[in-house]
Design a protein around this ligand. Structure first.
Ligand code: S3P
Ligand code: PEP
Length: 432
């Protein structure tokens, strides 16, 4: 539980995000299956990424980690036994691991916590089976049973859902397949897997929303890999910078992959001003520094362009908070994916915002917020969902009075340092 008193002094802060969560999952997995040593720096401290490291250890990968330095040493898939892997709260772990387990002929049973066991897995099993996977779900959900003897064949797979996890599962399967795998996605999603495969010496052909990877290409792992800063973790600090009265936030060394930065484009459309400095690229991933200017009085509601939704899917609850402080109406549609994340993020965020006095409406595939009402403190249950907890913390810091977040400990799923950093910006908002 954490208690936050709103409208206290905010002090200037330079935010350096931990390593990106999506990239950290991927470098651990690709590093492990490359069979070569990769020394990773700035690996994410998110509990989800530690879950991926532990899952890989369970099936024979030798991994050492000290803080954000992770060394993936070798891969030795263990013999005949059936491996039991707990993916805990991490959808990315659950969706990316099956392809490599099957590809390496490892028999396993994958399960997760109460939230992950509710999330849809049929969407993964169906295309994987289509290309030759031998895998069973439990009524479209976890536990998943990965059998041996997959015969993967490259095919044209047209995904029905815009999901980087599904696309990545097929691209990882491509590493073990005969022929060529062609994955077509309905809308552009984050492309970290494609960029990392290229960094591992794999030829990846991309044409609009189609990615093609020829099967059984050899992986040439980089000896070292630096993970760019997590844009999604930075978004909460950017939001605070936008919504404060004075300039308080600079962000350094943050990933700026355009398939992830929809949040910047949308907040700019809403009236925010953010400057990008020092743009550079590491392992094919763009990164840079950001300067955030206060814009509270210029913010106005907009309709979020549907084609951008996958590029800010994890930031949409935070957009709802920004919308609450903007003039007029903000409408999000084509975002029903939010209903199948760690919680139903449409219901979770709208329930919390309404408790604080916001004029907020659930839509089947999104939400509508009419900004301008003053927010008041409240006692909140954030559905044990890290993104809702972080979004509501930003709302609480700017609201009148006291807010209690009862399930604040779940923040560590993506950022265990979140409250330590926020306390540095708003020390008077926290009693201890
Ligand atoms: O590929 C990834 O690393 C992720 C993809 C997205 O999920 P979907 O693939 O379900 O859209 C995102 O919500 C999740 O936080 C991480
Ligand atoms: C949806 C998320 O992650 P995952 O799907 O990996 O659980 C997230 O981090 O917001």
């Amino acid at each position: 539980m954490i208690e936050i008193t709103g409208k206290k002094k905010l002090t200037p802060f330079i935010y350096r995000p931990q390593g990106d969560k999506s990239i950290s999952h991927r470098i651990a997995i690709l590093g492990a299956i490359s069979g070569q040593t990769v020394n990773i720096s700035n690996f994410s401290g998110a509990k989800d990424c530690l879950t991926t490291l532990n899952s890989l250890r369970t099936i024979g990968a030798s991994i050492e980690n000290v803080g954000s330095d992770v060394s993936i040493k070798s891969w030795n898939p263990k013999g005949e036994e059936v491996h039991h892997i707990d993916c805990e709260n991490s959808g990315t772990t659950a969706r990316l691991l099956p392809s490599i387990l099957g590809g390496l002929n490892v028999e396993a049973e994958l399960t997760g916590d109460h939230s992950l066991r509710k999330r849809p897995m049929g969407r993964l099993i169906e295309p994987l089976k289509f290309v030759g996977a031998r895998i069973n779900d439990t009524n479209g959900k976890m536990p998943l049973k990965i059998q041996r003897d997959w015969k993967l064949t490259g095919k044209r797979v047209t995904l029905k859902i815009a999901s980087a996890q599904l696309k990545s599962a097929l691209l990882l399967a491509a590493l073990f397949c005969e022929g060529s795998m062609e994955v077509i996605e309905p809308k552009e999603t984050r492309d970290h897997t494609e960029r990392m495969l290229v960094d591992f010496g794999v030829r990846v052909d991309k044409y609009h929303n189609k990615v093609t990877v020829k099967g059984k290409q050899q992986l040439r792992a980089p000896k070292t890999y630096y993970v760019t800063g997590d844009f999604s973790s930075a978004a909460y600090f950017i939001a605070l910078g936008i919504l404060s009265d004075k300039k308080i936030i600079d962000v350094k060394d943050v990933g700026l992959n355009p398939t992830r930065t929809g949040f910047l484009r949308i907040t700019e459309l809403m009236g925010a001003k953010i400057s990008v400095h020092n743009k550079r690229e590491v392992h094919g991933e763009p990164m840079g520094d950001l300067e955030i200017f206060p814009a509270k009085n210029n913010l106005r509601g907009i309709d979020i362009p549907e084609e951008l939704v996958p590029n800010l899917i994890d930031e949409l609850p935070l957009i709802a908070v920004i919308a609450a402080f903007s003039k007029g109406k903000t409408k999000v549609t084509a975002a029903s994916e939010l209903r199948v994340k760690e919680s139903d993020r449409i219901t979770s965020i709208i329930t919390c915002l309404r408790k604080m006095g916001v004029d907020a409406l659930e839509l089947e595939d999104g939400f509508e917020i009419t900004g301008g009402n003053p927010l008041h403190g409240s006692e909140l249950f954030c559905s044990e969902d890290h993104r809702i907890i972080m979004s509501m913390t930003i709302a609480a810091l700017l609201a009148e009075g006291k807010t209690k977040i009862i399930d604040s400990n779940w923040v560590s799923v993506s950022n265990s340092q979140f409250f330590n950093d926020i306390k540095k910006i708003a020390p008077e908002s926290f009693s201890s």
